[in-house]
Design a protein around this ligand. Structure first.
Ligand SMILES: *[C@@H]1O[C@H](CO)[C@@H](O)[C@H](O)[C@H]1NC(C)=O
Ligand SMILES: *[C@@H]1O[C@H](CO)[C@@H](O)[C@H](O)[C@H]1NC(C)=O
Ligand SMILES: *[C@@H]1O[C@H](CO)[C@@H](O)[C@H](O)[C@H]1NC(C)=O
Ligand SMILES: *[C@@H]1O[C@H](CO)[C@@H](O)[C@H](O)[C@H]1NC(C)=O
Ligand SMILES: CC(=O)N[C@H]1CO[C@H](CO)[C@@H](O)[C@@H]1O
Length: 562
């Protein structure tokens, strides 16, 4: 009750705030900051329930934003003199920039990547750019480079890290905690908010998925001069590290980024943003059709080309059918044959006329036009909402069909995951079976076998105890039977749990559940299901997901209907 009262009081404050001058707002924020030290702990327990507040209508995402900027990767530490690089059999001292890039390669030496031609070619080209002219004229052939001492050195270091004493580990933990406290939070309007990724990735060699043509290229070190800062004018602007400058400082409250830079491999823009649990990430859910940095030849419904569909005219009793075959998001192939109405079929025929395979199928359509049209049909409707709707309604239906309140919790979870899989299949969220799949299935099977042996042993013991009790008929032997019976029961439950887990894992082999769970399914459906069937929410959502969906966990009742 105390908590509720406070929440109400806070809510009341914000409503007042809406109508007030910036000046007062600023003062409040300042006061708030002074009190922050003391209140930080409390603040965490008492999370801001932003979903209980009104949203601004002018498109602005915040009124006040203050943060400390990103944490940069630590500077390069040159190798100790005893660790040598050899060229053509002779030791050679490299300049610091060339040595740093060489260490990236050395660290990956045991990896298959470094044997691949594209990787080696890209690496060597970029490495040479970091060399002095003298180094460049000497080092002309990657095959003559010997990185093995460097590689051994890094292996020894990583071994040493594993052997660290408790005190040393504690020290590192404390330093990380200090960085988190200093850089990991920003102040947005009146709230202290967690920042998602405030550390900038260290430089290294690019790998990419699959046989990426850019693998092996040097992912450059990001410097303050690369960073654009976004914060409010009236905030304490983040300070760049001594002796450096930011690229730019902007004040734009129509965007939610705190900082951004352009990475050199794909030329994509990287952002520092808030943690998924914060209000902004959620408010932005719908709409963005193009994924940042996606350069592969993938298409969506508006960018389908003539070559991506085939039409099968109606024959006899059959229906009109359209065959789709294209690469969708994340380069996942979408292949499906879908029966359509005559009118749709005839229109598609018209759209195909006089076109080349590489021409746009819907040449007069783009996502903005489509979404504009959808919005005329229903406020807030976009293509993504469509997908979300279809995914969510499917989950709800499947859960209704599959769940049974008499099931054990593991069996209920299996049903949940099956419902989730039905959605993932609908959304075409496939994956290659994980590399570790067979191994982990084997391990699980070993556990199951062991459990089964345990169970037969326990059953034998129970039988013996029963015989003993039959003979002696005393209290002691009766108790022994009870104990053995309980043991059998416990082992049976454990065995069942393992078997369910194995089924679940097998069925999930080629399906990725995360994407739909995180992006397409209304979390209230899952929360309501957990409440209705008495399944702890932790079994469905991990910590990150629970933070992101805190609003739903708080709001959805067990009889919630999507
Ligand atoms: C690389 O150098 C190490 C000594 O640091 C040596 O043992 C090894 O044989 C060399 N490898 C090649 C391929 O020359
Ligand atoms: C979509 O098409 C309309 C009209 O042709 C055009 O004004 C708009 O800029 C286009 N939008 C995009 C994102 O290409
Ligand atoms: C969701 O999409 C599938 C396949 O496109 C379709 O068969 C199904 O009817 C849709 N469900 C709803 C409720 O819209
Ligand atoms: C939770 O699951 C997501 C995938 O949806 C994963 O990326 C994340 O690392 C997980 N978080 C934790 C704390 O396990
Ligand atoms: C700099 C940054 O991270 N974010 C944004 C700040 O505002 C501009 C618009 O003026 C955006 O383009 C940036 O992405």
């Amino acid at each position: 009750a105390e908590h509720d009262k406070k929440a109400k009081k806070r809510k009341h404050e914000y409503e007042e705030d809406e109508d007030e001058e910036d000046v007062k707002h600023k003062k409040k924020t300042k006061d708030k900051k002074v009190a922050d030290g003391k209140k930080a702990k409390k603040e965490e327990e008492e999370k801001w329930k932003w979903w209980e507040e009104e949203r601004s209508t002018d498109g602005s995402k915040w009124r006040f934003l203050e943060h400390k900027g990103p944490v940069f990767a630590p500077p390069y530490e040159p190798l100790p003199g005893k660790v040598k690089f050899y060229y053509d059999g002779k030791p050679m001292k490299l300049s610091a920039p060339a040595e740093e890039v060489a260490t990236f390669f050395a660290k990956m030496l045991d990896h298959e990547y470094t044997t691949k031609d594209i990787f080696r070619k890209n690496f060597f080209k970029d490495w040479r750019k970091e060399m002095t002219s003298e180094e460049k004229s000497t080092i002309t052939d990657l095959n003559k480079c010997n990185f093995s001492e460097m590689s051994e050195y890094f292996k020894a270091q990583s071994e040493a890290r594993k052997q660290m004493s408790k005190e040393e580990k504690q020290k590192i933990k404390e330093e990380n905690e200090r960085l988190l406290q200093e850089y990991g939070f920003c102040i947005m309007d009146n709230h202290k908010e967690r920042i998602g990724n405030f550390r900038i990735e260290p430089p290294g060699l690019f790998r990419g998925r699959g046989d990426h043509p850019k693998m092996g290229m040097l992912k450059r070190r990001i410097r303050p001069e690369d960073i654009i800062i976004n914060c409010s004018k009236d905030s304490k602007h983040p300070k760049p590290p001594p002796g450096t400058k930011w690229k730019e400082v902007r004040h734009d409250n129509k965007v939610t980024w705190l900082a951004s830079w352009t990475e050199n491999i794909q030329g994509s823009i990287k952002y520092i943003m808030l943690n998924p649990s914060s209000r902004i990430k959620l408010a932005l859910r719908a709409g963005n059709e193009k994924e940042e940095g996606e350069t592969a030849d993938t298409v969506g419904c508006c960018s389908l080309r003539v070559e991506h569909i085939k039409l099968y005219p109606k024959m006899d009793e059959q229906e009109y059918v359209v065959e789709f075959d294209f690469l969708g998001k994340d380069s996942i192939r979408y292949y499906n044959k879908i029966p359509v109405e005559k009118r749709v079929f005839k229109n598609l025929q018209l759209f195909l006329e006089n076109k080349q395979p590489e021409d746009d199928l819907f040449d007069r359509l783009n996502t903005s036009i489509l979404n504009k049209h959808l919005q005329e049909l229903m406020d807030g409707l976009t293509a993504k909402v469509f997908r979300t709707y279809n995914a969510s309604i499917t989950l709800q239906q499947q859960l209704k069909e599959l769940s049974c309140s008499d099931d054990s919790v593991p069996a209920k979870i299996l049903s949940y995951n099956r419902a989730n899989r039905a959605v993932a299949i609908l959304c075409n969220h496939q994956r290659a079976p994980p590399k570790t799949f067979e191994k982990s299935m084997q391990n699980l099977q070993t556990k199951i076998d062991e459990k089964q042996n345990q169970l037969s042993a326990a059953r034998k013991q129970l039988k013996a105890a029963k015989a003993d009790h039959k003979a002696s008929h005393d209290e002691k032997s009766k108790k022994a039977v009870e104990v053995k019976r309980k043991a059998v029961q416990r082992i049976e439950e454990q065995l069942m749990k393992l078997q369910v887990q194995a089924t679940d894992r097998e069925e999930n082999k080629q399906i990725a559940l995360g994407t739909s769970k995180l992006n397409y399914l209304d979390p209230r459906i899952s929360v309501a299901w957990c409440k209705k069937y008495g399944v702890p929410i932790e079994k469905i959502y991990n910590k990150t997901q629970r933070e992101k969906f805190a609003w739903a966990i708080d709001m959805a009742e067990k009889d919630y209907e999507f």
